[in-house]
Design a protein around this ligand. Structure first.
Ligand code: GTP
Ligand code: MG
Length: 356
């Protein structure tokens, strides 16, 4: 699963990328400022930390997300717009868009369009994304209108798609994102191949001045869910040894590192959940889409386990933690035997019984 950091020029994307990548245990090389940067980031999870303390496994495996840091967009100028467009495919291939917006004051850093106005920047970026989707939809409508004239076996499906595309076009013209139009699984499936930008989960990051980092911020911006942080502080934190980090955070009045919050927020917005497998060899967080059933979850671990699936011996992390250990959880009746159709919950600790 891939998260893209995009935004106007010099909004703090690479600073935030550096922080997220380092905090997530990834190597960082930002030597080419004009190129995209990619990092695989471990998703922090205090539940996994606790399980590791209990089981002291030889190996620990976190859930992971990829973060892609794109060069900044300059939509004020025609050549800049062309350069920005070259990055649409990378954004379409991703699972989530994080718009990094400048809200910090700093006379030494040129402000995009000479303004420090995250709402205006968000409106402009969203406008571009709506426009890009509308362009794709219009092309598709033109193709379908020709195709449906022929009485082929596909005509019925094509008419259905054409109807959906026309609804999308009308909505996009009214600045309504694709995500708000799609109302069923069947429609989502029909649109899957297009990977519309405004169909993706989005998050706005308000990159604020250092002195505002500990302050309150609205949790939406231009109707996007929003998080406030200082990318510069986060980048500095990520370069420090852990013991200095806490002191620095205390000085700034920060209770929690923003990177962990951001990565977890992305994980949730992509609609992923984790279940855990535990033991002396490995404690592992497995990422699956919310709503996955037990046998599909088993196939993430190994196809043999899914094939020979008998039962999923399941205890929720909260119950395990409250009981203290597996034995106590069993005694308290908190360990369940679930069948193939059981919908796995975020935080389930599962031992699969299988036979092949
Ligand atoms: N004061 C302050 N400066 C910041 C902050 N975040 C980034 N900067 C500065 O802004 C400049 C641009 O930061 P980058 O992280 O490279 O921004 P970017 O969005 O990756 O820039 P482009 O990729 O060129 O669009 C650098 O000089 C940073 O030090 C911040 O939170 N506060
Ligand atoms: Mg950059």
């Amino acid at each position: 699963m891939r998260v893209v950091l995009a935004g106007p020029m010099q909004s703090g994307k690479s600073s935030l990328f550096e922080a997220v990548a380092r905090a997530g245990g990834s190597h960082v090389d930002l030597s080419r400022g004009d190129q995209p940067h990619l990092a695989v980031v471990k998703v922090p999870d205090t539940r996994l930390d606790w399980l590791v303390e209990q089981y002291k496994p030889r190996k620990t495996t976190h859930a992971e997300l990829e973060f892609l840091d794109l060069p900044g967009f300059d939509l004020a100028d025609e050549a800049g717009r062309t350069r920005a467009k070259a990055h649409w495919p990378a954004m379409r291939q991703s699972d989530m868009l994080v718009w990094v917006l400048r809200a910090f004051n700093d006379d030494t850093v040129a402000a995009y369009r000479g303004r420090i106005d995250p709402s205006a920047d968000a409106r402009e970026l969203l406008g571009e994304a709506l426009f890009a989707d509308l362009d794709q939809v219009a092309n598709r409508i033109a193709k379908l209108e020709t195709a449906v004239r022929k009485p082929t076996a596909r005509q019925k499906d094509q008419l259905r798609e054409l109807d959906l595309m026309k609804r999308l076009a009308a909505a996009l013209e009214e600045e309504t994102p694709v995500a708000k139009v799609v109302s069923s699984e069947a429609e989502a499936k029909m649109l899957g191949g297009f990977a519309f930008l405004t169909h993706k989960p989005m998050l706005a990051v308000r990159n604020c001045s250092e002195q505002d980092a500990a302050g309150e911020a609205p949790d939406t911006l231009e109707s996007l869910p929003c998080m406030q942080l200082s990318a510069r502080i986060e980048a500095e934190l990520s370069r420090m040894p852990p013991q200095d980090r806490l002191e620095f955070m205390a000085d700034l009045g920060l209770a929690q590192g923003a990177c962990d919050r951001l990565v977890r927020a992305c994980f949730q917005r992509i609609n992923l959940i984790c279940f855990f497998t535990v033991g002396p060899d490995e404690c592992r967080a497995w990422q699956i889409p919310a709503g996955t059933d037990a046998v599909t979850a088993a196939s993430a671990v190994h196809s043999d386990i899914a094939r020979g699936f008998i039962r999923a011996e399941t205890v929720h992390y909260d119950d395990l933690r409250a009981a203290g250990d597996e034995k106590a959880a069993k005694a308290a009746g908190k360990v369940r035997l679930e069948g193939k159709e059981y919908k796995v919950r975020d935080g389930d600790v599962i031992y699969f019984r299988f036979n092949v």
